[in-house]
Design a binder for this molecule. Structure first.
Ligand code: HEM
Length: 330
């Protein structure tokens, strides 16, 4: 190959990398904490007031809001697609990880109604979910962070995509790492964001296999669970009671780092929690989170911003829905 040609090609490659980086920077720059300052200056205060109202009525709903944001962002990015209804039951909310367990949908509709009354057609449902998750976290004692805004709402919601994109409670470490890497999140993000299990509840369904059918053999139990904790789970989750609900840490009404202390005592509820102890690097982050609560809280907040940036729609992509459960053309 002629030397001149290879130099030209290298220049072109460098230019392509530069353009790609510039493109990424421009995309990220489109989200801004002051996005609604002119178009709806009262938006953030209105969302916070509604969230405080919901939490006063039911502290537990904070967990529902946080999980809703996670499930929105991991499927097609943070585009409000988790909120869309479908006539033939093929939307994200109809998928196994969401059906019967996702919470907070009617409250998001209420927030949207307040914002539509104040500033019609301005604040996206994707931004509402993101703000509600932050405000709910703060309301129950968790960390605060500034939320970059300006997400637009997607037009598509697919049950199959939700099933393929959301991690499973029986996933092992490698599966979780690959899942998070797929949306640009690190192992540290995986560990601290799993700390979201410091609040909220689970149904018994995701733990029955660990309690009664671990090796596919009737009545076999996951030997890694602390026996006393396993006995208490058995009492709360009899084999035929998949719909009973349990707490995921010992202080589930408060956003704190106790989840990690519980995890280190082999009292994590899911395989996906317990498996974070199986790798030296993730174990170090679990230890740091348990020993230094501020480490967890600060890194959780930073990871929430990164999660909230996953594949966002900006500019003229998508739309700002008038009603969060359907696209504007319906
Ligand atoms: C690492 C992979 C994860 C898996 C496999 C997982 C799985 C689950 C499952 C099975 C439940 C119980 C749902 C039910 O039966 O009602 C749950 C609840 C919850 N998850 Fe996760 N989760 C993961 C990561 C996360 C992340 C990243 C967050 C947020 C940052 C989060 C926040 C929550 C919250 C707050 C709840 C309680 C929901 C409620 O109270 O309604 N989880 N998770």
């Amino acid at each position: 190959m002629a030397p001149g040609f290879s130099v030209t090609r290298r220049r072109w490659s460098l230019a392509a990398v530069f353009l790609l980086l510039l493109f990424q920077a421009v995309c990220n720059a489109q989200l801004s904490e002051t996005f609604y300052s002119a178009s709806c200056p009262q938006a953030l205060a209105l969302v916070k007031a509604k969230v405080d109202e919901f939490i006063t009525a039911d502290r537990g709903i904070a967990g529902g809001f946080l999980r809703l944001h996670f499930h929105d962002c991991f499927v097609r990015g943070c585009d409000g697609s988790v909120l869309l209804d479908s006539t033939n039951k093929t939307a994200e909310k109809d998928s196994a990880p969401n059906l019967g367990s996702i919470r907070g949908l009617s409250q998001i509709d209420e927030v949207k109604a307040v914002l539509e009354a104040a500033c019609p057609g301005v604040v996206s449902c994707a931004d509402i979910i993101t703000l509600v998750a932050r405000d709910a976290t703060v309301a129950i004692g968790g960390p605060n962070w500034s939320v970059p805004l300006g997400r637009r709402d997607g037009l598509v919601s697919s049950k199959d995509e939700a099933l393929a994109s959301l991690p499973s409670p029986s996933d092992n470490f490698g599966q979780l790492v690959r899942n998070f890497a797929g949306v640009g999140l690190s192992v540290q993000d995986l560990v601290v964001l799993t700390g979201g299990h410091t609040i909220g509840r689970s149904h018994c369904a995701p733990v029955l296999r660990r309690l009664y059918n671990f090796t596919g053999v009737f009545n076999s139990r996951d030997p890694s669970i602390d026996p006393t904790f396993a006995n208490s789970l058995v009492l709360q989750c009899p084999q035929n009671k998949a719909s009973n609900v349990i707490a995921m840490d010992t202080t589930n009404g408060t956003f704190d780092s106790v989840f990690f202390n519980d995890l280190l005592a082999n009292r994590g509820v899911f395989t996906s929690d317990a498996t974070l102890l199986s790798n030296p690097f993730s174990l170090a982050i679990v230890n740091a989170s348990a020993q230094t609560p501020s480490f967890f809280l600060l890194n959780f907040a930073a990871a929430m911003v990164r999660m909230g940036n996953i594949s966002v729609l900006t500019g003229s992509a998508g739309e700002v829905r008038r009603n969060c459960s359907r696209t504007n053309n319906i």
